[in-house]
Write a protein that binds this ligand. Structure first.
Ligand code: GZL
Length: 344
């Protein structure tokens, strides 16, 4: 009996010891996590949960951007990515952001499809203590406390670079029978209301403002898609074949327009000088074929810098309000030798 009593006593002490250890340990962890949650200092969590709302899959650029966001997360064991595709609808993006808030993710990141309409949901994220990173496209809100940083391209500069390239190169590229006195330019704009469309519109005009020979005779949105770019270019050509230059806010619309120009019996890149933005692989292939004359780079490869920023945030580090991507300009002459090294 004594032995049994002794045994029970011993087990009791062990059980008690395990219980105390567990509570203390649990208590200690509970204090820490309560403390961290209340004060909002960087969580020293092993896994960081990132909610990412992507615009859609409207262009080769967007698909390369998605690949970068997803593949980089797979390379980082401490990152858990919750990825939502908005299929180019703002209401889907706002729904996704609200679901990230409900799931209490550690960080929210997204590319706003248009500049306006995100104030309320960003205020909800701030009230929930969830930091937000804007990637690729920006919002038109003045209260920049609603996001930690914007990382992406300077779309206005891309437009200026396109305008300056045209000004510096049109005379050398134009057909002999074409006049230099008046150069008719048509423009395929990106998604209406989006930051890249608004800024590339402004930047291009500033890039050619001291060259009055360039007249923008037609401008219309092609919504950044190849199909719509072809459709709008067909309409431009039907209305007036006297087009000297096409400026497209992205390569996908330019590639669609090239099809329309060929179907109209004209030579893209010769009868009509074509310049666009993104520098996706398809643009380099078109330049090698002589059908596109220049593309201004807009890099989609934001995955690595996104998660670097997330990890800094979780350590409590402050981020710069803007992290610009460094980009170049690729004219047709360099396309063949550059193409093999392109990552998207
Ligand atoms: C630009 C990006 C634009 C690309 C388009 O950063 O938002 O959206 O230029 C894409 O190709 O659809």
């Amino acid at each position: 009996m004594k032995l049994l009593a002794k045994g029970l006593m011993a087990r009791g002490i062990i059980t008690l010891a395990i219980l105390v250890a567990f509570t203390a340990c649990g208590g200690k962890k509970a204090e820490e996590s309560t403390e961290n949650t209340e004060i909002g200092v960087a969580k020293d969590k092993k896994e960081i949960v990132v909610g990412f709302s992507q615009i859609g899959a409207e262009s080769a650029w967007r698909m390369a951007n998605t690949t970068s966001i997803k593949s980089e997360a797979e390379k980082r064991p401490n990152i858990k990515l919750i990825f939502a595709d908005a299929q180019q609808k703002q209401e889907n993006q706002i729904k996704a952001l609200r679901s990230f808030i409900d799931q209490k993710v550690d960080v929210i990141a997204f590319s706003p499809i248009v500049e306006s309409g995100y104030g309320p949901v960003l205020k909800e994220a701030k009230a929930a203590g969830i930091p937000v990173i804007l990637t690729d496209r920006n919002v038109d809100l003045s209260d920049d406390s609603l996001w930690e940083t914007f990382m992406g391209s300077n779309f206005y500069e891309e437009g200026v670079k396109a305008g300056k390239w045209l000004k510096d190169n049109y005379d050398r590229l134009k057909l002999p029978e074409k006049s230099s006195d008046t150069v008719n330019v048509v423009e395929l704009q990106g998604t209406v209301g989006s930051a890249p469309a608004n800024d590339r519109f402004k930047g291009f005009r500033d890039g050619i403002k001291d060259a009055p020979q360039f007249k923008i005779t037609k401008t219309q949105t092609g919504d950044f898609t190849r199909a719509k770019g072809k459709e709008v270019m067909e309409a431009f050509l039907k209305a007036d074949k006297n087009i000297d230059v096409l400026y497209a806010h992205n390569d996908d619309m330019a590639l669609g327009a090239i099809q329309a120009i060929e179907e109209a019996g004209l030579k893209p890149g010769k009868d009509i000088i074509i310049l666009s933005v993104d520098a996706v692989r398809g643009a380099f292939e078109a330049m090698v074929e002589g059908k596109l004359n220049c593309t201004v780079e807009c890099s989609p490869l934001l995955g690595p810098q996104l998660y670097d920023a997330v990890e800094k945030l979780m350590k409590g580090e402050k981020l710069p309000k803007v992290i610009w991507t460094q980009e170049g300009v690729f004219p047709q002459e360099v396309a063949a030798k550059t193409l093999p090294s392109r990552q998207y």
